[in-house]
Write a protein that binds this ligand. Structure first.
Ligand SMILES: *Cc1c(COP(=O)(O)O)cnc(C)c1O
Length: 371
């Protein structure tokens, strides 16, 4: 029997989360972001879950070509654009839409061999300072792109640094105003909002939105996913493979990082950092055993972690364990481990078995718990 550790991708949750994104800005078109194999959920399953999106957005050329092979015929946005002139032929052959964010990419387009024309996206750096042209150059760059025979259309985009934090100095409002000022009068569809802007900055309007994390059922950074009506698209599930009894003074695992002060039962779960569970999750990180909320104990090791069975007296070897997903928000685990849901989703390693669930959502019992 394979090790009982499995990551389940829930197609119905993805479909439902996409409808939340669509409802958040009626009339806007949606690029569903599927980089990193759909935030770790599996590329083909992400394509299936987001079949009703207007386009998919990613950064990996091989994955974009794979999406075409899988039958995706709608637009594909490549948010880092091309990395070499050779990529242009692939983009032409597969009708991929590159973001253009450097002078070097404009030069690549200028030297591209003849082929079908591309729809490109002019990326403007409104303060993120990661990719894009400075606002003062936008008109010149727009004109240069427009003059290239290989360019069919030019869309306009920027990316927010702090959409979840309205009091940030570099707020989404500040970036939006910079964007507006430097693009005034230019033709082209406008694409601005990530999940946080879409859910939290209702005043920002644009032609296309680019939600990622919310589609996978995690919080955009403020508020719980459930409070936005989002459902977890990934459940990481394991079993207890051992039960031990501790007596006062006994410790658990490497470094003896947890010591019992009373007699207690603990369980050992077949999931560790080599599976993608965060090693930095401290004692107290939430976990469900047989649907009951309890906590991790001691250090996470490569293949295992230990949990407190005090709240679950009936637990035994074979009991089901949910590390995150249905009934336990991934955001809670991420917060305990001092990281973000994105990183946990993307970190699941290949040795974890994968399964897909397609049934419509049934209401699950959510244990009463702290937020
Ligand atoms: C990853 C990414 C997104 C999606 O962001 P979320 O926070 O996951 O919604 C949107 N736009 C760009 C350019 C990105 O790189």
């Amino acid at each position: 029997m394979p090790r009982p550790l499995i990551a389940i991708t829930d197609i119905a949750a993805m479909q439902s989360n996409l409808s939340v994104a669509k409802a958040a800005m009626p009339g806007a078109r949606v690029w569903a972001v599927v980089k990193a194999d759909g935030y770790g959920h599996g590329l083909a399953w992400a394509m299936e879950g987001f079949a009703e999106a207007d386009g998919l957005s990613l950064v990996e050329l091989d994955r974009a070509i794979r999406l075409r092979e899988l039958g995706w015929t709608k637009p594909l946005l490549m948010t880092e654009g091309m990395f070499s002139v050779a990529d242009i032929a692939d983009m032409q052959a597969h009708a991929l839409q590159p973001v253009i964010h450097t002078q070097e990419q404009i030069a690549m387009l200028a030297s591209a061999p003849a082929g079908s024309a591309l729809d490109v996206h002019l990326k403007i750096n409104t303060g993120m300072n990661r990719l894009g042209f400075e606002p003062a150059r936008v008109r010149e760059v727009h004109a240069a792109l427009k003059a290239l025979p290989v360019v069919r259309s030019i869309a306009l985009m920027t990316h927010f640094a702090n959409a979840e934090n309205t009091s940030a100095t570099l707020s989404a409002a500040v970036q939006t105003e910079r964007f507006r000022a430097c693009t005034e009068g230019l033709q082209g569809a406008v694409s601005l909002s990530n999940s946080a802007a879409l859910l939290l900055q209702g005043q920002i309007r644009c032609d296309w939105v680019r939600p990622g994390i919310m589609l996978y059922g995690a919080s955009p950074g403020v508020g719980t996913a459930a409070s936005f009506g989002l459902h977890p698209a990934m459940t990481l599930k394991a079993e207890l493979i051992s039960v031990q009894e501790l007596h006062p003074g006994d410790s658990v695992g490497y470094g003896s990082a947890f010591t019992a002060d009373k007699t207690m039962r603990i369980g050992t779960v077949c999931c560790g950092y080599a599976d993608g569970y965060p090693r930095h999750a401290p004692t107290g990180t939430p976990v469900l055993v047989d649907g009951v909320r309890t906590r991790t104990l001691g250090r996470v090791s490569m293949d295992m972690l230990c949990v407190d069975l005090d709240p679950v007296p009936s637990a035994r070897v074979g009991s089901s364990v949910i590390l995150w997903g249905e009934g336990l928000a991934i955001d809670e685990v991420a917060a305990a481990a001092d990281t973000i849901s994105y990183e946990l989703m993307c970190a699941i390693t290949p040795r974890v078995r994968r399964e897909v669930r397609r049934e419509a959502r049934r209401e699950v019992h959510r244990p009463l718990a702290a937020n």
